[in-house]
Design a protein around this ligand. Structure first.
Ligand code: ATP
Ligand code: MG
Length: 583
């Protein structure tokens, strides 16, 4: 049995499945052990000739075997359906619980935990838990019932022989525990080698263009050879051990059967009330007993693995979301005024602050640029507006309400966001653009926002148009197209505040101009923030905030900054020069 606050409820929820499955299993265990007795009697009746005088003995035996076969069929079906079904149901329930919880966890959690490690929780760990509730339950019940009924029947038939046989039998159970542990270890090593191999291959295929461009095919092949050889070695090691173990156990079991035959024949000869039929019956019981003997060792191992897996899964389920609503939340409307008051921000695992003493006000309806070199803290600043991280109280206000007192989901719902990495889902272009609306939106709106983002003409040219599937199984968009689909996805919401994080960096200046003109029309009266390191994106905006190394070093419009900020002048000079070279 496996207990823990995340699994206890399943015993209640699936009580009837457990109950029915276990009852069916016990019934099967009982009837299964009637067959050797019937065979034993038949052999004895054949030996003393009574079967030839009374055919009823044969008829009865056949009838009973038929009945038992039907019971076994129904019982097997029932227990497999119920017990294995419980395993699968618990796995599915837990996966749902985990996913639901994962979605609540903050952005920071995903930055700290590798996707591969998280995926392992959903695959390997859940499989172990499923196996414990499925196979594990069968092992436990079979050990208790099949094992003890077989043993009792053996004792009744010949207790002296049973005592002799029991010694190596218990040894096998103990060995199967220790060797099973060792085998599990070797299995994990093999699994790890396989994961390395598949990671290597996957990364290689993903980065194939880099490998080709750097003419690194030969080196990669050699590296692959090494990983593949390692995988081969670990596999062979596991296989060798597994074979040896299998052969050794079979050998010991056969030796025990030989001992049984010797002891049995001696018992028959010594007239210990032990017949030939009894001997075959006894051997059958012993053969049946081998499974529960090995099962108990496996069960102990399986339980310790399942416990470890449950521990890892529980750690995820117990992880508290970093971003939660304050006790006293204020449900005020968000209209678009933003104010930073001496805000400082430092990432949890960093030693220096990323943003220092940030103060500025953006009024409702303004179109504002946040300009700065790479690494100056622009994305960090807009992430704070989306409440991706917690900030100190009294440092960041939306419509004069402290962001920490607003429900964080309300904040995000009122902000349109075009992320810097422009992540798109492997889905149709239409569904990507309609993401905010669960697809509950008209074609006209979709086309409209795609036109505003200046990507409609591109989409039209695809054979499948808006139904074109993106991603691994579909079309790969260019960097600029991706940016514009991502802009369309955010624009369609047209919320009070919109943030574009470097969203026009991959389009040419002409397209940029078009998009900016469209935005000015569409966003009239609403707050818009354009993050950029390009002067052309921000120079016509109402306000430009110039960031450098996490500090505001200039604030104003293009003309005032040209006069007041050396850095701004330098950037303008440099970028004009660049433009001239490119043109
Ligand atoms: P770019 O123009 O290249 O997008 P940026 O101005 O958006 O740059 P940020 O992404 O805000 O810059 O990063 C600012 C600084 O914060 C960088 O030095 C970066 O290394 C650091 N940083 C970003 N995210 C984290 C994090 N999760 N933990 C620690 N440091 C971080
Ligand atoms: Mg950035």
């Amino acid at each position: 049995m496996l207990f823990g606050k995340h699994v206890n409820k399943f015993y209640k929820k699936y009580f009837w499945f457990f109950f029915l499955g276990i009852v069916a299993l016990i019934v099967i265990d009982y009837f299964q052990l009637m067959i050797p007795e019937i065979f034993g009697d038949l052999i004895d009746a054949t030996e003393d000739g009574s079967i030839f005088n009374n055919l009823n003995i044969l008829n009865n035996a056949v009838m009973w075997i038929g009945i038992i076969a039907i019971i076994m069929f129904c019982g097997r079906f029932t227990w497999r359906y119920c017990i294995f079904g419980v395993g699968v149901r618990i796995e599915a329930d837990m996966r749902d619980m985990m996913f639901l919880h994962s979605e609540e966890l903050s952005y920071n959690y995903y930055k700290k935990h590798k996707t591969g490690v998280l995926m392992a929780l959903y695959t390997n760990d859940l499989q172990t838990i499923r196996a414990f509730f499925g196979q594990g339950t069968v092992m436990l019940i079979d050990f208790i019932f099949l094992g003890s009924i077989a043993l009792i029947k053996m004792f009744i038939l010949n207790w002296i022989l049973t005592l002799i046989v029991l010694i190596p039998a218990v040894a096998i159970a103990v060995a199967s525990f220790f060797l099973g542990n060792k085998m599990e270890e070797k299995f994990s090593i093999r699994q790890k080698a396989y994961e390395d191999l598949s990671d290597f291959a996957q990364e290689n295929f993903t980065g194939i263009n880099v490998i080709k461009a750097f003419v690194k095919e030969k080196e990669e092949m050699e590296a692959f050879n090494e990983v593949n050889k390692d995988n081969y070695d670990k596999n062979m090691d596991f296989l060798r051990y597994y074979m040896l173990l299998n052969v050794a156990i079979t050998l010991v079991l056969n030796l025990i059967v030989a001992v049984i035959f010797a002891g049995g024949v001696y018992s028959i000869g010594a007239d210990y009330n032990f017949s030939v039929g009894n001997l075959t019956e006894y051997v059958s019981y012993f053969n049946t007993l081998t499974w529960p003997m090995m099962a108990i060792g496996q069960l102990i191992n399986l339980r310790s693995q399942a416990k470890a897996s449950l521990g890892r899964v529980s750690k995820l389920l117990d992880e508290l979301p970093e971003i939660t609503d304050n006790k006293e939340i204020i449900n005020s409307q968000i209209n678009g005024k933003i104010e930073f008051k001496h805000l400082n921000f430092q990432y949890a695992d960093a030693d220096t602050p990323i943003l220092n003493d940030i103060s500025f006000v953006i009024n409702k309806g303004q179109m504002v640029g946040i300009l700065g070199k790479t690494g100056s803290g622009k994305s960090t600043l807009v992430d704070l507006l989306l409440r991706m991280y917690n900030v100190e109280e009294n440092e960041l206000f939306l419509d004069d309400v402290d962001i920490m007192n607003l429900p964080f989901k309300q904040v995000r719902e009122n902000i349109g966001y075009v992320p810097q990495d422009n992540f798109l889902f492997s889905d149709t272009i239409r569904n990507n653009i309609a993401f905010a609306f669960n697809n509950d939106i008209s074609d006209e709106d979709i086309i409209n926002s795609a036109s505003m983002a200046d990507v409609h003409d591109n989409i039209k040219e695809f054979q499948e148009g808006y139904q074109t599937i993106l991603g691994e199984r579909g079309v790969t968009l260019s960097g600029g197209q991706k940016q514009r689909v991502s802009i369309a996805r955010a624009l369609i919401k047209n919320p009070p505040i919109m943030i574009f994080d470097d969203s026009v960096s991959a389009v040419d200046t002409k397209t940029e101009e078009k998009i900016l003109t469209n935005l000015r029309k569409l966003r009239k009266g609403k707050t818009t923030i354009m993050v950029s390191h390009r002067i052309s994106t921000v120079k016509d905006l109402d306000l430009i905030i110039l960031l450098d190394e996490g500090k505001i070093v200039g604030i104003g419009n293009h003309n005032t900054l040209m006069k007041s900020s050396n850095l701004y002048q330098e950037m303008v000079k440099l970028q004009t020069l660049e433009k001239e070279v490119n043109d």
